[in-house]
Ligand binder design. Structure first.
Ligand SMILES: C[S@@+](CC[C@H](N)C(=O)[O-])C[C@H]1O[C@@H](n2cnc3c(N)ncnc32)[C@H](O)[C@@H]1O
Length: 226
């Protein structure tokens, strides 16, 4: 199931390798948060890993693909059966398409407000409109997200339209071959969308394998490094 589901997304197994670095990069933000919304949870590896590491947090996984939603919920149920009392802070995964405004309405019936929105490996494997709708949704739905909500985005990015190296260039070409609307995004273009929706880039952390963890905040916080 895992191999099949992940086929074509990225490097097989990378979700398992990157969960620890992502957890480390997000740690300062997770410590000060209470409710996390994950967009495009995939197999739910990151949400369940972070939920186990941060029991004070409530995680809400979401996914576009109904089969993956079942997978996340079944895996969490299995885990709870084998480890009684654990993962109670991982909510039932729900269907969520960033581009559907009615799906944002569904979120409002959950126990918000969320103070952190996390998404991993989504922006390059979806059309550009997904990036725009993500920031529009979080930026405009003040009922769903706290005032100082953060948006944490993990994945590969170009800098000023330059690839980090030949591997990323090849990866980008392979993505565009499969879907012309996909492709590695320019970090500065993502930042412009964020700014247009009332966010600023607080941190851009370089991660293993030429990936980035970008932390956007809806406030006047100062950028730490880039
Ligand atoms: C490369 S996978 C990443 C999964 C997981 N976050 C990870 O890092 O392993 C991309 C995910 O984005 C989801 N996705 C694509 N378009 C989407 C959309 N419009 N709204 C929400 N999720 C979307 C896909 O269903 C898929 O699960």
């Amino acid at each position: 199931m895992e191999e099949e589901r992940q086929k074509g997304w990225s490097v097989p197994g990378s979700w398992d390798r990157n969960k620890a670095p992502i957890s480390q990069a997000l740690s300062p933000y997770l410590i000060s948060s209470s409710r996390v919304l994950e967009v495009a949870s995939g197999l739910g590896i990151h949400a369940s890993h972070l939920a186990l590491e941060h029991p004070h947090l409530q995680f809400q996984p979401t996914e576009l693909d109904p089969q993956l939603i079942h997978y996340i919920n079944d895996t969490a149920a299995d885990h709870r059966q084998n480890h009684s009392g654990s993962l109670t802070n991982l909510s039932t995964a729900i269907p969520f398409d960033v581009t559907r405004s009615s799906d944002w309405d569904t979120l409002s019936s959950l126990n918000g407000p969320f103070d952190l929105v996390m998404t991993n490996n989504l922006l390059h494997i979806s059309p550009w409109t997904v990036t725009q709708k993500l920031f529009e949704g979080v930026g405009s739905r003040t009922d769903l997200f706290s005032g100082a909500v953060k948006v944490a985005i993990y994945g590969p990015f170009r800098r000023n339209n330059v690839f980090s190296g030949p591997n990323d260039e090849r990866f980008d070409a392979s993505l565009r071959e499969r879907d012309v609307a996909w492709g590695i995004r320019d970090l500065e273009a993502v930042e412009r969308v964020a700014i247009d929706n009332g966010f600023e880039l607080k941190e851009a952390l370089q991660m293993p394998a030429n990936n980035w963890e970008l932390i956007f905040v809806r406030s006047n916080s100062t950028r730490k490094c880039i």
